[in-house]
Ligand binder design. Structure first.
Ligand SMILES: Nc1ncnc2c1ncn2[C@@H]1O[C@H](COP(=O)(O)OP(=O)(O)OP(=O)(O)O)[C@@H](O)[C@H]1O
Ligand SMILES: [Mg+2]
Length: 333
């Protein structure tokens, strides 16, 4: 087995020490244990292979792959109080069935304006289908729209490779080499990859697996047209909620804190938020935190604030209701 790299053995050495502490395979006089105790790691792996059920094929797997395989589970928590999006969830479900027929439909790009619910939809769907991906899920926030610099694909690949069991010292320095190792780690495995808040196709492309057994969901405020056309992605554009769903969202969040709100005023509030989920959440949380304030008063306050933002010459960000009024829809590449 002379081909195994030192870093790989180091990784397994630490794993074996853990097993040893748990008394999993320590049997005095055992040749495998003796080799391990003597620091003859490769010999110990070879001897232990097949000796016990938990080591069945262990040595061979390491020799074949270079690294042990792990199930990854990186999805952040599911969204609480998620409203509707039934059609969109169905469209995403179709990817699962279509993906088997045509190798090129393994990428979905969810686009839409800021705060419309792209991340929430991607996470809701990913949670609902995660059992279909026995090798787990990878998740990365590409921070395409944060005030700081966006995440670089090199950084994300480094994290993904470690999560896939590659020891840190074995992660290549070069972007292309990292991407190649990532693709070979995913070959033959069924992993769901969620690439959230991407700004450009350049950020995403090195993170695409080379196999159609994996499925990728990207969210972006941009259209990422080249990703859709060149890399065979299917685009799903998310619109504002319907008025009824917008009111449901408001009610779901506020009902535990206040009762008796006038349905017409709730509708008015939903319209003021232009039925944008981000603005609706903001307004609903404010209403929930002021249980004795009449809804009419809250609506007036939000209008006044919005007008103030409009007049402020030094404003650098927008208030959520302003977002709602000026949201342009997805843009550019
Ligand atoms: N269908 C929904 N039901 C309930 N709440 C939702 C729904 N969609 C979005 N939200 C809420 O709206 C807010 C904004 O949603 P989200 O972060 O998913 O938007 P986004 O489109 O990803 O925004 P960005 O462009 O900034 O990344 C979150 O607080 C989220 O919980
Ligand atoms: Mg998002």
């Amino acid at each position: 087995m002379g081909g195994l790299r030192g870093s790989v053995l180091a990784d397994h050495r630490s794993g074996f020490w853990k097993l040893e502490r748990q008394q999993t395979f320590k049997e005095p006089g055992d040749a495998g244990w003796q080799a391990f105790a003597d620091g003859r790691w490769e010999d110990s792996l070879r001897i232990l292979d097949g000796r016990r059920p938990e080591f069945e094929g262990y040595y061979r797997r390491i020799a074949d792959n270079g690294f042990a395989t792990r199930r990854v589970q990186q999805l952040p928590g599911d969204v609480r109080g998620f409203v509707n999006r039934v059609e969109e969830l169905r469209a995403l479900n179709r990817l699962l069935t279509d993906g088997h027929r045509s190798a090129d439909v393994t990428l979905s790009v969810i686009t839409g304006t800021a705060g419309v619910g792209k991340t929430s939809l991607a996470l809701r769907w990913a949670h609902s289908v995660r059992n279909r991906f026995p090798d787990g899920q990878l998740y990365a926030n590409l921070r395409g729209y944060d005030p700081g610099p966006p995440a670089q694909p090199e950084q994300i690949l480094d994290r993904f490779l470690r999560a896939l069991g590659v020891p840190p010292a074995a992660v290549p320095a070069d972007l292309d080499d990292r991407a190649a190792l990532y693709r070979s780690r995913l070959a033959g495995r069924r992993v769901l990859v969620v690439l959230d808040n991407a700004a450009t196709a350049r950020q995403v492309r090195p993170l695409l697996p080379g196999t159609d057994r994996c499925l990728v969901v990207v969210t972006s405020r941009n259209m990422l047209s080249r990703l859709a056309t060149r890399d065979g992605g299917r685009r799903l554009t998310l619109r504002m909620l319907s008025e009824q769903d917008a009111v449901t969202l408001l009610r779901d969040i506020t009902s535990a804190y206040r009762s008796g709100d006038d349905p017409d005023e709730l509708t008015e509030l939903a319209r003021l938020c232009a039925r944008l989920p981000l603005a609706l959440r903001f307004a609903a949380e404010r209403a929930a935190s002021r249980p004795f304030m009449p809804l009419g008063q809250l609506i007036q306050d939000l209008r006044d604030e919005s007008a103030l933002w409009d007049r402020s010459p030094r404003r650098r960000t927008r208030s959520p209701t302003q977002y709602a009024r000026s949201s342009p829809g997805p843009t550019g590449p």
